[in-house]
Ligand binder design. Structure first.
Ligand SMILES: Cc1cc2nc3c(=O)[nH]c(=O)nc-3n(C[C@H](O)[C@H](O)[C@H](O)COP(=O)(O)OP(=O)(O)OC[C@H]3O[C@@H](n4cnc5c(N)ncnc54)[C@H](O)[C@@H]3O)c2cc1C
Length: 367
């Protein structure tokens, strides 16, 4: 692809969600020449794509980006729209340079920096930060293809409200926060079944009048690093449910099943051998990360990004906002600032000459 190079900022940030915006705050403060390229027509696009009644599992006290308090009662759990509005206001407040409708199609190593290619243009930058989110492409298990056309199927990202699902028995597949919340909402108007694949560790949203994250913050658990002993233990329990649990689901009349393992016609079969005839299926089965457009050798054979606290072996290329990038808080609104500040410091102290010497001395070659 040959595109006209229209821009030469020192730093390109790819993605205008909370991670890209928090980084923008620090880059602006330190006087870095940068631009944020965002695929959508507005900032905070991922939040706008989530279901209508979504309430955060973190209270407003823990939803602030650096430099601007999340408004309102700190003990309430904000809605999806409040988060989208807050992030949009944040970009405006700090006058962050966001180029909207700007999907990055490729990032390649070029000369001392990177060529960032879009549909209609390209830009050259010495440094690039990938802040495209931890939840990118929808994952739906292959058994979905075995359901007949008459069964309505949608991924949780397409679910908006009960009105988006036809009357009749509905199966929600996926026992994370998303699956439980959607099942609960639907249970007010129809027969709902929930397939839970792996054992969960339900945690109450509030303990003795305080938000769960107050305890995680006060004990320092939220900042335990990915390489620490406790961090490793916590990572294994990544599926933690906050606020929802099987007992509460049963109280709402939801029927719980084990893993959904097969499908045929309008019937879904579960690991325990039971079958269920369904009218609709909502796949709350999560996401995969797609970095296939980054043409730089910073991935392992499974496509996982290799980095240390977001810093890759390719000089001037970073990640931000990944799950467990550094701590449990790395992909959360209230804690992404720690990694954002760290990456901003790396950006500020970057010296292309030293990086060139490092590369020549045998650091992994890119491209
Ligand atoms: C259902 C759900 C509920 C959650 N609830 C909470 C909660 O209560 N509290 C909390 O702290 N966290 C919560 N999270 C986790 C986390 O805060 C969010 O996932 C958050 O959106 C991550 O922010 P981000 O900026 O890293 O990524 P995203 O918000 O995904 O932003 C990435 C941006 O990059 C853009 N982009 C992607 N690819 C490209 C490209 N190639 N070129 C240009 N732009 C691109 C996207 O359009 C998007 O705007 C929740 C997550 C989910 C899925």
């Amino acid at each position: 692809m040959t595109s006209t190079i229209t821009n030469h900022p020192d730093v390109v940030v790819v993605g205008g969600g909370q991670a890209g915006l928090a980084l923008g705050y620090f880059l602006a403060k330190q006087g870095t020449d940068f631009t944020i390229l965002e695929a959508a027509a507005e900032p905070a696009a991922a939040w706008r794509d989530r279901w209508d009644s979504l309430k955060l599992f973190t209270s407003a006290r823990y939803d602030s980006l650096p430099g601007m308090e999340f408004p309102g009662d700190p003990d309430r759990y904000p809605t999806r729209d409040e988060v989208a509005d807050y992030l949009t206001g944040y970009a405006r407040e700090f006058d962050l340079p966001i180029e909207l409708n700007s999907r990055v199609r490729a990032v390649r190593r070029q000369n001392d920096g990177y060529l960032v290619e879009l549909d209609d243009r390209a830009c050259e930058a010495r440094q690039v930060v990938i802040a495209t989110g931890p939840f990118q492409t929808r994952f739906v298990p292959p058994i979905a293809e075995d359901l007949r056309d008459g069964v309505l199927q949608m991924h949780s990202t397409a679910y908006r409200s009960p009105e988006s699902v036809p009357d009749g028995r509905v199966l929600v597949v996926g026992g994370g926060n998303t699956g439980f919340q959607i099942a609960e909402e639907l249970s007010a108007s129809r027969e709902v079944h929930l397939a839970v694949g792996s054992r969960q560790s339900p945690l109450p949203q509030r303990v003795l009048g305080r938000d769960l994250f107050w305890y995680l913050d006060a004990t320092g658990l939220i900042r335990k690093t990915t390489t620490s002993r406790i961090g490793k233990l916590m990572r294994k329990r990544e599926d933690t449910l906050i606020g929802s649990n099987p007992r509460r689901a049963r109280r709402h009349g939801i029927k719980l099943h084990g893993r959904a393992v097969a499908a045929a016609g309008s019937t879904v079969s579960f690991a325990d051998g039971a079958d269920l005839d369904v009218r609709s299926v909502i796949w709350a089965t999560g996401f995969q990360v797609d970095h296939s457009w980054i043409d730089v050798a910073v991935f392992d054979e499974t496509g996982r990004a290799l980095h240390e606290r977001g810093v890759t072996s390719s000089p001037g290329l970073y990640f931000l906002g990944q799950l467990w990038q550094h701590t449990r808080g790395s992909a959360l609104l209230g804690w992404v600032k720690d990694d954002a500040e760290y990456i901003a410091q790396q950006v500020a102290s970057f010296r292309p000459g030293a990086a060139r010497q490092l590369e020549a001395a045998g650091a992994p070659s890119t491209n």
